[in-house]
Structure formats: C-alpha cells, structure tokens
Design a protein around this ligand. Structure first.
Ligand code: SAH
Length: 383
C-alpha cells in the first residue's frame, strides 16, 4: 500500500475516529498513488494511523480501519455481516417491511458504500472511487453471506448493471405492509427513499379526513400512507414523469382509488400559483446544497419553498418539511424554516423533530452522517 503522511498535529481528528481526512491535512502523498488506491495513513513521525481509500479530491482519504489490516472480500464480509446482525436486531426484514438499508457508509464502518436491499436484491451504490474499484470484493462478500441477486447503481449518469442473478427492473417490496414498486435500474438513488420510512408512518396520524399535498413525492410513499389512513384527497407532485408513473402504479397496487391524483410541475412554481389550500403539506425536496459553497443559495431555496407552503395551510394546518442536504445541519434547517414562517407572516409551532431511521445509523464521531432533518410543524395562524 502507498503511504500518506499527515501534517504535524493533523492526526488528532483520525484519533478521534473521524473517518474523513481532507487534503489540507496531508503533508506528503507517496509517488504513484492513484485515485481510489488503498493507502496507509501515518502521522508526521511515521507512526501508523489508519488504512483508507485515497481520493483525488479535497476529501482525500476515507478511513476504513484504524488497524493495519487487509481490505479484501473477507474484510467486507465481516463488516456486512455485522450490519446484517444489526438490521436483524432492528427487525429487518420482516413480514411488513422487506426494504431496508443494509450498509449506510460511515455509520456501518464502510465509508463510501451504500447498500440497499429490496425484497432480497442488494443494490450497491459506491460513493468513492476506492469502493467502486473494490466492487468485486464487495460482490464476493455479499455472495458469501447468501445474497443471490445484486445490482450496481452508480451515483453518476452511467446505467445500472445487474451483477448477479436475474433482476426485474421493477421490484415489488413491502413497507409497513404497503405494496410499493421500486425501479432499481432506472429509478432515482438506489430506486427508493428508504430514509422516509418512519416519517411516512407519522404522517398517517395527521391524514384522516384531510386534503394532503405531497410535494416532491417521487414514487408516492407519503401519499400511499396518507390515503390508506383516510385522507379525503391526496395530490402527489413531482417534476419527474417517471417518478409520477411509479406513484400511479403504487396508488393502483394499494387501491387508493380516485382520491389520489398526480401533478407534474415544479414545486415552487406550483405552490406560488396554487389557488386552493391543503390541510397537510409534505415538502421533501432533493438536496439543494451538495457542497458547502452552495449552502447560502440552498438556505434561500428552502426558505422560499417553506414560505410558499405556509401560505397554503389554514390555521391548524400541518407541514412535514425536510432537508437531506448534509451541509445544512439541524439548527440551520430549523432557523431556515423559522425565517420562512416570519417571511410569510405566519405563527408556527414545532410538534416533532424528525430524522433518518435506525437502518441509517450515524457514527457518533461522524455527525455529517446524519443528513436527513425534518420538522412536523403546525400553523397557528397569521401573525
Ligand atoms: N418524498 C419522496 C422522496 C423525494 S426525493 C419519497 O418519500 O419517496 C425528491 C424528489 O423531488 C424527486 O422525485 C425529484 O424528481 C423531485 N424534484 C426535484 N426537483 C423538483 C422540483 N423543482 N419540483 C418538483 N419536484 C422536484
């Protein structure tokens, strides 16, 4: 393995178990080190610190282990096996829910790797060159643990590829007993947004007899939950025709009938031009800020869309509002929603603070892993 030497004193964050090393902390990269190589990281005095994947970017090393060990298929199998045990202890999979996150990157000790499981099919999504280059080892590890069908779903625009077994492009899964289709080959992310599972269930309590707008609906997970618990009208809104086709399929599978409709629109424009009010609005936009430099613009975008939503809620109306931007933390998000309330002249109470579910664990020393933030808020009225 090639060697990466840190600047004096910069070993502190590695010793505090933070799995990311930024390029500014590096003193020397051994000649010939390639993008995605497994490397050993040493302190300035040459003492061993960690093994990780080198990436030719500002986030230069993702730490895989604080011991000098070989990162091969057996290593992946041991981490994945521990993750399977954790999921089993959390109750995944079960009769009602057979779609879950098996590996959540740093939170499961494998920085750069996401694996979601849909009715037994493992969808592997590498988020670093190092993980992508070790795809064969990861596949071998999953095979040794009994997985028989696997898909590689790149994060970029490259097409998904079935690696093992025969996989239908659309897989039917169950979540809380609801039947849902997941497009593992052409869908967004790994095909479904598992991170909203618990929050969909919470929406049920607010839905009975209500008009619900599910903005940024993707395949309609929130819509199905609301409609099944007695909402009188549910609108799934998304900019993607493919997403809405999945939402319609899901509505059909769960027999929610004529109370459900879909709208293809830009959510911001739609909310600004909308003439009716909704009792309950869900806002779950894509990550507006993918990088720190985009944070300011993202805050403005979250503010605009939340302010527009507040204007379409009656007094007593409920907003489920989310941000999945990693660079916007819980406090900044709450403050942003507060300024949206102020801008729209609305008085608002927080009923609950939301986050990702337990199959998306966060390492205590890597708070960045907690990417999904949400609030259930209630509009008291105009100020
Ligand atoms: N709430 C969903 C996940 C939402 S992901 C669930 O529970 O599954 C974000 C969605 O926003 C994607 O489906 C994407 O197509 C959609 N989207 C992105 N930009 C949009 C825009 N400007 N207006 C409406 N939808 C948009």
């Amino acid at each position: 393995m090639k060697k990466i030497t840190l600047q004096k004193g910069r070993e502190a964050s590695v010793l505090r178990q933070h799995p990311w090393i930024f390029s500014g902390a590096i003193k020397h990269i051994e000649d010939g080190t390639q993008n995605g190589d497994l490397v050993t990281v040493v302190a300035q005095d040459g003492s061993f610190l960690a093994v990780g994947h080198y990436q030719d970017s500002s986030l230069a090393v993702k730490v895989l282990s604080l011991s000098l060990e070989v990162i091969d298929s057996k290593w992946y199998a041991s981490r994945i096996s521990a993750a399977i045990d954790l999921r089993a202890s959390l109750g995944f999979p079960n009769e009602q829910t057979n779609a879950y996150r098996l590996i959540h990157g740093e939170g499961d000790g494998v920085p750069g790797l996401i694996i979601d499981v849909y009715a037994g099919t493992a969808v592997i999504q590498p988020h670093s060159t190092g993980i992508e280059r070790q795809l064969d080892e990861i596949v071998a590890a999953l095979k040794s643990l009994g997985f028989e069908s696997m898909v590689h779903k790149p994060v970029d625009q490259r097409p998904a590829q079935v690696l093992v077994g025969s996989v239908n492009d659309v897989i039917e899964v169950k979540e809380h007993g609801y039947r849902l289709v997941v497009d593992v080959l052409k869908g967004q992310k790994t095909g479904f947004f598992l991170d909203q599972r618990d929050n969909r269930l919470l929406l049920e309590a607010y839905a009975r007899g209500k008009k619900v707008l599910n903005a940024f609906s993707y395949s309609g997970g929130f819509s199905i939950a609301a409609a099944n618990k007695g909402a009188k009208k549910v609108v799934s809104l998304d900019a993607s025709v493919a997403a809405l086709a999945l939402a319609e399929k899901n509505a059909e599978l769960n027999q929610i009938g004529a109370i459900h409709s879909t709208v293809k629109a830009d959510a911001v424009q739609y909310l600004q031009q909308l003439e009716e009010d909704f009792d309950v609005i869900v806002l779950d936009p894509p990550a507006f800020a993918k990088h720190k430099s985009a944070r300011h613009a993202a805050v403005q975008a979250y503010k605009r869309i939340n302010a527009a939503a507040f204007k379409h809620l009656p007094a007593g109306g409920i907003l489920f509002t989310f941000s999945c931007s990693q660079v916007i933390d819980t406090e900044l998000f709450r403050n942003t929603v507060a300024s949206a309330a102020i801008d729209s002249g609305t008085s608002v109470q927080i009923l609950q603070q939301l986050q990702q579910p337990s199959d998306h664990p966060v390492h205590l020393c890597h708070p960045e892993g907690r990417y999904l933030k949400g609030l259930i808020v209630r509009k008291l009225g105009a100020v």
